[in-house]
Write a protein that binds this ligand. Structure first.
Ligand code: FRU
Length: 515
């Protein structure tokens, strides 16, 4: 009897050791986003190879299989059927022979133009940068390479004839390849980071690439150009225009890394900018959206969907999360909208209706009454807020989110300054980098109508979309445990009507993903 009772006690003690059965569920640590993708463990940066194929959205990503710092870059892999629930799969493309797998894209080869597809079925072809670090007096080398999969991305074979493009350069990377209906061939856009140039290549078989055009320098050139993407985007009200998006690091207006875009036309070889080269447009006015990539082959009829790495190279290596480091933004549907200044990108977050739980709805002008009601309703750390406010006589209106224990983050509109802003200087843990505490903003002159927000909170992520997505402010925050409060405020005068809808959002991680 003593043994049979004693034995489980010993086992229980063993399991209490770190790393044994008592460890927290795999996706439930402090700061772990609940409806955004992050790898179960280790480092990630850019999303790579986003593609929709056979009912699945594939998310590959820059991944270090060996640790939570940048290094040994490989492609991690996850799949989703709804852009919200992700299942992590084994590493797709691993570093090999000292060659790291840098950022790139994936296409679906419908008609076996590559000769890689088996059994008369389409296959997947990844186009990526191979990065060989400097060694023995030899400089680093970046070349473009391909790999293919005949089992829906589960296993990959690197092409024996790699590299497919070699300019013998240290900085030449991040190919975005896609099928061009206009040119009737594959197109690749790829960056010459130090020249602030994007090169265009064409191919009929994904193996032999001919240079057909180039773009740049233009816009912002205060850092390296990385992660170029080119997509045809519908214009609200009819027609389409092409958006060439380029990452910049460093040199972003908010500091560190950010992304600019150019609106224009693309004839299959050359991109023509609609604006003068001095016009600089930014995709995001927060600090934390980089190397966003659209999905290739989206289901027909849908607008392009892109998602980015939610981070900034200024402090990505120091963010206080464990056992993972790095997470993705919500996928965003893209559209172009005509404004007084010209066509501008509008981003609409993926539909999260399926995750909605407890609902709070309020309409009126009494701020104290709103905050009393909101105080009872705002419970969780993963939520969606949709609000519109008539600023009236107020100099500034806004939301205090993730508030509690002295922490809060402000999301607001200053009529006085004519700007939308997010202020995370008191958001919680900001100590890990002097570049983290920040108030980021975008000029937006006060108009006659209401200001309108869609805000997604998810533990450490805060994504603010304003004015129908014309403004995006993507922001990391690390509030203390339980800082889930939410309040409205108006300063320097009385605002008029406030309309609020708020939902708690459910976790998309399986509860049994414990170990
Ligand atoms: C951008 C980037 C890319 C490169 C990758 C390496 O964040 O620097 O240019 O391919 O990260 O991880």
């Amino acid at each position: 009897m003593v043994y049979t009772r004693g034995f489980p006690a010993v086992l229980a003690m063993l399991f209490a050791l770190p790393g044994a059965a008592q460890q927290p569920p795999a996706y439930d640590q402090p700061f772990r986003p609940q409806y955004h993708f992050s790898p179960r463990q280790n480092w990630t940066n850019d999303p790579n190879g986003l593609v929709y194929f056979d009912g699945e959205y594939h998310l590959f990503y820059q991944y270090n299989p060996l640790g939570d710092r940048w290094g040994h870059m490989s492609w991690g892999h996850a799949v989703s059927r709804d852009l919200l629930h992700w299942q992590e799969l084994p590493v797709a493309l691993a570093e090999e022979n000292g060659i790291m797998i840098f950022t790139g894209s994936t296409v679906v080869d419908q008609h076996n133009s590559s000769g890689f597809c088996a059994g008369g079925k389409p296959c997947m072809v990844a186009v990526y940068t191979g990065h060989t670090p400097a060694a023995g007096g030899r400089p680093a080398l970046e070349t473009q390479n391909i790999a293919y999969s005949n089992d829906r991305g589960r296993t990959w074979t690197k092409y024996a004839g790699n590299p497919v493009l070699d300019l013998h350069m240290t900085n030449f990377r991040d190919p975005h390849a896609f099928w061009s209906d206009t040119a009737k061939r594959w197109v690749m856009v790829v960056a010459l980071p130090n020249e602030h140039n994007v090169l265009f290549y064409g191919s009929t078989d994904l193996k032999k690439w001919d240079r057909v055009g180039e773009f740049g320098p233009a816009g912002a050139t205060g850092g390296q150009w990385e992660c170029p993407t080119l997509a045809e985007v519908p214009v609200e009200g009819g027609g389409t225009r092409w958006v060439l998006k380029v990452g910049l690091n460093p040199g972003a207006p908010q500091g560190g890394s950010a992304e600019q875009y150019f609106v224009g036309s693309f004839d299959g070889t050359a991109f023509t900018n609609d604006n003068p080269p001095t016009t600089t447009l930014w995709t995001d006015y927060g600090k934390d959206c980089y190397c966003a990539l659209p999905f290739n082959g989206p289901p027909p009829g849908n607008r392009p969907v892109m998602l980015g790495w939610m981070n900034n190279w200024q402090y990505a290596g120091n963010v206080p999360t464990s056992p993972w480091r790095g997470q993705m933004t919500i996928p965003r549907r893209l559209q172009l909208r005509q404004t007084a200044a010209g066509l501008r990108l509008a981003q609409e977050p993926a539909d999260v209706k399926a995750l909605r739980g407890a609902h709070f709805s309020w309409r009126g002008g009494d701020v104290a009454a709103l905050n009393r009601a909101l105080g009872k309703a705002a419970r969780g750390a993963s939520w969606e807020l949709r609000a519109s406010v008539q600023p009236g006589a107020a100099a500034e209106i806004g939301w205090k989110v993730f508030s509690g224990g002295g922490n809060y983050t402000l999301v607001g509109y200053s009529a006085e300054r004519g700007e939308f802003f997010v202020d995370r200087t008191h958001s919680g843990d900001t100590s890990f980098s002097p570049n983290f505490p920040a108030r980021t903003s975008v000029k937006w002159p006060a108009g006659a109508g209401p200001v309108e927000f869609t805000i997604l909170g998810d533990r450490s992520t805060l994504e603010v979309f304003a004015q129908g997505g014309l403004v995006a402010l993507t922001t990391l925050v690390y509030p203390s445990a339980g800082a889930n409060g939410m309040q409205f405020y108006a300063e320097g005068g009385k605002q008029r009507e406030v309309r609020v809808e708020r939902w708690e959002l459910a976790s998309t991680w399986p509860r049994d993903a414990a170990r």
